[in-house]
Design a protein. Structure first.
Length: 193
């Protein structure tokens, strides 16, 4: 398959999405590629019904493998959880985004009216989750305090994700970073309660 893909790319000028897809299917060599793919194929994943394993979006499937890969880079950036297995990392991501899907079921499935599953907001949520993971490590350990993490995520309630709401003009990575900071403040992770 690898030789075939390389041959196709040599015959004609490839699209950027094709180049990315060839790299994303190297699951056995890249942990984030493996996790991204798992998030799309696992039935209990919140991305299962709204994501596309190919690089093309379609009605109802607006999140691509590349989007998830980038989001995961933010999710695990500077968290210090490199000792966790890829299965444990999948579980942490599933916990986080399944809580979001449970708190906002209508918003999660309605891309047209709500920005919750728009890439700018998913990236922001991943950045906030990264800070949460860093703050939820057990003292003098690299282990995650799962109860503290879950508690921080469940604080993300009563946010207006509507397309015409406060996130109407969010676009790009700078908006994601700003929103991530606000989400992290809502999570109130600096305080023990």
């Amino acid at each position: 398959m690898k030789k075939f893909n390389s041959l196709i790319l040599l015959i004609r000028k490839p699209k950027v999405s094709e180049l990315l897809s060839v790299n994303f299917f190297k699951r056995e060599h890249d942990e984030l590629s493996w996790i991204s793919t798992e998030l799309l194929i696992l039935n209990d994943s919140p991305f299962h019904h709204i994501g596309s394993i190919t690089s093309k979006r379609s009605k109802g499937r607006h999140i691509t493998l590349q989007n998830l890969y980038r989001m995961l880079k933010y999710f695990f950036k500077d968290t210090g959880v490199t000792n966790l297995s890829k299965h444990e990392k999948v579980d942490i991501v599933l916990v986080f985004f399944n809580i979001m899907r449970q708190e906002y079921p209508h918003e999660w499935m309605n891309y047209k009216e709500y920005k919750l599953t728009h890439i700018v907001c998913l990236d922001a949520l991943a950045m906030a989750a990264s800070k949460a993971l860093s703050n939820c490590k057990k003292e003098n350990s690299t282990q995650i305090d799962h109860q503290k993490f879950i508690k921080s995520v469940t604080r993300l309630k009563r946010i207006d994700w509507s397309r015409d709401g406060p996130f109407k003009y969010l676009k790009g990575i700078s908006s994601s970073k700003t929103l991530a900071s606000e989400l992290f403040d809502i999570m109130n992770l600096g305080k023990e309660s």
